[in-house]
Write a protein that binds this ligand. Sequence first.
Ligand code: HPA
Length: 289
Amino acid sequence: MTHIDDRPPAPDPLGGDPAPGRMAIIGGTGFHLEAGAGTLDVVGDEVITTRWGKARITRTELAGRELLFLDRHRAQTEPGAPRIPPHRVNYRANIAALKQVGVTGILASTAVGSLRAEWGLGSLVLLDQLLDHVDGRPRTFFDDTAVHVDFTRPYCDHLRRQVAGTAHALGIPFHDGGTYICTNGPRFESAAEIRAYGAWGAHVVGMTAVPEVALAREAEISYAGISVVTNPAAGTGEGDLTEEEVMEAMAAAMPQIARLFLEVAKGYRDDPSTPARRATREFGSPRVT
Ligand code: HPA
């Protein structure tokens, strides 16, 4: 297996001085820590209290480096409790907790339906764009002061390049770029909605990227999102959508995505000068924790 650590860091056109940083993985539907068994030492769980609520993170050690893990659907519940649906996740507590413990980069997985026939089950998509079609979710840390972060490129290019380089080195196929549309859920979409989203430019559809991606930007954390195609989007495949097929497809893709994430985490280099890590500078970097 090729380790990205063996190679010199890729030159970064955005400049800056790459430095080791602290990485967290946000696991979504069907993502579980056990997939890293053998390479990952679990140190323990910790509940972090933030201004926005509590979130549980798991501290692990990977190749002598700390790696944090947060299960987006379980960070606000007791172990063993039912998963929190996408519209009830406390995204602000989750991102603020990661910020509080010094996280500089996030790798996040999401399960998605595919609007492209050629992106079949189990395909990995390294996202580069986002359409926000949710309502009713608190979506900023800055309710009392006008802070407008740049969101032209919602995902951090510096981190995307590390993911892409690692996937190439490991021989893991992926689609480099894709537009995610986030819907409110918890229901799946109608066929007509999917046709409309396709016309808007969406490639995949899911329920959890919003407001997580924007909150990470407000918290000046680099964020890369990798989607796993778990089903054809509504009306584009045969038959109806079921939660079961989503879970099954995610479980099948799990070993590969876990291998990719852990390898990226091993070689992760922060670059504090990238746009994502300086997003609120002009506003005086107000507190989010
Ligand atoms: N729609 C919305 N969210 C999803 C889907 C989908 O088809 N598949 C997995 N998460």
